[in-house]
Design a protein around this ligand. Structure first.
Ligand code: ACO
Length: 322
């Protein structure tokens, strides 16, 4: 039996930091409102000329170094992003060129905040079927570029960044199960309504920016993530107490706390980065993983539950032995 296992992690956040106090000068908001409703105190923002592939490259190189691998060892590159730099080539192909790795499969996955969970699940299937042996899986976003900086209900929530893992074939697990879902019926609650298929003019007059009915998305996220926790535990015949670490998508501290409560898990065993990163969409789960691996909280052999919910709607989870 072939399993896939994470052998290295990496993360990258742009140097530029935007605090809640900075936002108070841009829109009608307060540090107190943002902290109380979301848990966010600051976020990192890519500067002009710094693009998604730049963030992805830094995170990828750090993940390769931590796995003790060279780019030439990689036989699959998947980038989860909703903010690709170009219509084409894909961000994965742009990254492949940067890494001077020629010939292996490389493609993007677009599942908004669930993107990395989708990407890691796909990479797991490639490895389990013997199609790939060593995959680079990245979540990278410049969400700041699709924000309306005059809309206080969305611009305070998001940040830029990238997280990456190296996933390798092995005889021991590894990834135990992956669970992916989507329901396209809720596009009216969370979307960027313009897009190149409708012509570039469709991106004008606000249609190129995130719009969200936050309150309704919040309720859906809490209920849906509660259900996926049950589904994941049941599929693995596990109890809540078998999970060592919850690595949730970092959208809102209150959503994270609700999922932890469902798992009867103390917040000491939940990796939280939303306070410092904001919501980095597809980058948030691998960034959180990297932070907790590097600071020594997550150790080899522990059982991790990753979960995410986002635009689409899309949602998913991954249970794994680290
Ligand atoms: N500062 C001050 N007041 C604000 C701000 C702000 N930045 N934003 C909204 N408000 C006001 C609203 O106008 C409203 O005022 P009113 O009562 O006078 O109408 C009030 O605050 C309450 O607004 P709500 O939207 O009801 O606030 P809520 O408590 O729901 O918090 C939030 C909003 C933080 C967006 C929350 O609903 C949330 O986190 N939703 C889920 C986000 C999510 O998980 N998205 C999925 C992933 S993202 C992706 O996939 C791209």
């Amino acid at each position: 039996m072939i399993y896939s296992r994470i052998t290295g992690t990496g993360g990258y956040l742009p140097d530029k930091v935007l605090t809640n106090q900075d936002l108070e000068k841009i829109v009608d908001t307060t540090d107190q409102w943002i902290r109380e409703r979301t848990g966010i105190s600051k976020r990192h923002i890519a500067v002009e000329g710094q693009n998604t592939v730049d963030l992805a490259e830094c995170a990828a190189r750090r993940a390769l170094a931590s796995a003790g691998r060279d780019a030439q060892d990689i036989d699959l590159i998947i980038v989860a992003t909703t903010t690709p730099d170009r219509v084409f080539p894909s961000t994965a192909c742009l990254l492949q060129k940067r890494l001077d790795r020629h010939g292996c499969a490389a493609f993007d996955i677009q599942a908004v905040c669930t993107g990395f969970v989708y990407a890691l699940s796909v990479a797991d299937k490639f490895i389990r079927t013997g199609t790939a042996k060593c995959a680079l899986v990245i979540g990278a976003e410049t969400l700041s570029r699709v924000l309306d900086w005059t809309d206080r209900s969305t611009c305070v929530l998001f940040g830029d960044g990238a997280g990456a893992v190296v996933l390798e074939a092995g005889e021991e697990p590894g990834i135990l199960s992956t669970h992916l879902h989507a329901d396209g019926a809720y596009e009216h609650l969370l979307s960027v309504s313009g897009g190149v298929g409708q012509g570039y003019d469709s991106l004008k007059e606000g249609n190129g920016y995130v719009t969200m009915k936050g309150n309704e998305v919040f309720k859906m996220a809490v209920n849906t993530l509660g259900r996926i926790v049950d589904e994941t535990l049941e599929a693995n015949n596990m109890e809540q107490s078998d999970i060592d670490w919850l690595i949730p998508h970092q959208a809102n501290i209150r959503i994270i706390q609700a999922t932890a409560k469902k798992l009867k898990m103390s917040m000491d065993h939940v990796v939280v980065t939303v306070d410092e990163h904001g919501n980095t969409s597809g980058a948030s789960v691998p960034l959180a993983l990297d932070v907790a691996v590097r600071d020594g909280r997550i150790k080899r052999g522990e059982t991790l539950l990753m979960e995410a919910f986002g635009g689409g709607f899309t949602w998913g989870s991954i249970l794994l032995k680290f």
